[in-house]
Design a protein around this ligand. Structure first.
Ligand code: CP
Ligand code: NVA
Length: 308
């Protein structure tokens, strides 16, 4: 049966663990798995800009024996001219999977509803689930396991990264601690879902407004840009709202002494993170960026296997 990956809990906790184990194997044997031998083509559609996602999916599909086809929607018929459903009907007959970076989550739902091949969310306004798989792989590599770790996210907790961390880390049995201004806390529905998942995995979810409270005793500290793609017009307002939420050395010192720092990148030094932390010894952001490749290859192998 075809499976899609549109948000973090489209897979179970057991399946997430399976994909992460597979990612470790894929990382050590990069050319062992060939689900796209033929070569079969995978469509990589971008409505928003990207460096890591474009590179890691292009390299990943090629490593798996396939042909990556990048489509920038500005140069296609998608958007105003042709519906998502009609696009899916054209693509499903020619490609082995559809990877899409877009705005509204509802577009991904429509693509998946009309596609007989797996659809993967490579970032929407609401979720960035592929990034969380890479981040979990990175944490596993540096900490040995995930269950029971304390995970602090500071800054814009109303964005795609925060939503995906809440759900994805809860699935992994981690204790998720958010530190954000009141106006930028996660939506109630995401918090409820994450808490529901955490109650089955031994994890927990706690929302603070103070960054210090979130970070105290953490094993992992992370943040994201204060201005996500599509929010550029709100830059001034957001920079003012997030004053005091920069992850700097003083804030990092509240975490465990062996805590690691993650950032999905691109990072804005001096805003959500200081240069000292991003470029410092606790930062594992380059491992994290590389792990996009390995985690996504594992995801594609796994999805191809479910599709039979
Ligand atoms: N982290 C991430 O998704 O990076 P890109 O926007 O460069 O793809
Ligand atoms: N929250 C950021 C993540 C970038 C990878 C954005 O959506 O722009």
């Amino acid at each position: 049966m075809v499976r899609h990956f549109l948000k973090d809990d489209d897979i179970s906790a057991k399946e997430q663990a399976e994909i992460l184990e597979l990612a470790i194997e894929v990382k050590s044997s990069p050319y062992k798995f060939r689900p796209f031998e033929g070569p079969k083509t995978v469509a990589l559609i971008f409505d928003k800009t990207s460096t890591r996602t474009r590179v890691s999916f292009t390299v990943g599909v090629a490593d798996l024996g396939g042909n990556p086809m990048v489509i920038d929607t500005g140069s296609s018929q998608m958007g105003g001219k042709e519906s998502v459903a009609d696009t899916a009907r054209v693509l499903e007959r020619q490609v082995a999977a559809i990877v899409w970076r877009t705005y509204a989550q509802v577009g991904l739902d429509e693509m998946a509803a009309n596609s007989s091949v797996p659809v993967i969310n490579s970032l929407s306004d609401d979720y960035h689930p592929c990034q969380i798989l890479a981040d979990l792989l990175t944490i596993k590599e540096h900490k040995g396991s995930l269950e029971g770790l304390s995970f602090a996210y500071v800054g814009d907790a109303a964005n795609n990264m925060a939503n995906s961390y809440l759900i994805g880390c809860a699935l992994a049995g981690m204790h998720v601690r958010i530190g954000s201004p009141t106006a930028y806390t996660p939506s109630e529905s995401v918090v409820l879902r994450a808490k529901e998942i955490a109650s089955t995995t031994g994890g927990s979810v706690t929302i603070f407004t103070s960054p210090d409270d979130a970070v105290v005793g953490a094993d992992v500290v992370t943040t994201d840009t204060w201005i996500s793609m599509g929010q550029e017009a709100e830059k001034q307002k957001r920079v003012e709202a997030f004053a005091g939420y920069t992850v700097d050395s003083k804030l990092m010192s509240k975490a465990k002494s062996d805590a690691i720092f993650l950032h999905c990148l691109p990072a804005y030094r001096g805003y959500e993170v200081s240069a000292e932390v991003l470029d410092g010894s606790q930062s594992v952001v380059w491992d994290e960026a590389e792990n996009r490749l390995h985690a996504q290859k594992a995801l594609m192998i796994w999805l191809a296997k479910q599709a039979g």
